[in-house]
Design a protein. Sequence first.
Length: 120
Amino acid sequence: MKRTILLVDDEIQFVDSLAERLELRGFETLVAYGGLSALELFLQHTPSLVVLDLRLPDIDGGEVLKRIKEIAPDVRVIIITGHGSEDDRLACMTCGADGFMRKPLHIKNLVEALLDGDVQ
């Protein structure tokens, strides 16, 4: 059975490329380019994994994380960011994030985190 991952990032080319690379590795992907659309997709499909950018234009990734965890506390969420600080990492982990990765992402590390490990 394929694992469904919701990928959320406002960098369209980045997230589309990430989706393609993960699909080649056997994952099923859903893509959202903002926080509000991510929440809609999450409610419609209930993916088992979420890769969520911290900085989104419409709603902060930290707020999206909180809402996802309220709806489905067991869903694994990995935060990704190009600009996050240590304080951001700590805040996300406190809110239930299962990992925090800085861009540029290495696909091998992301796949490992998605399959079983958490990333700090």
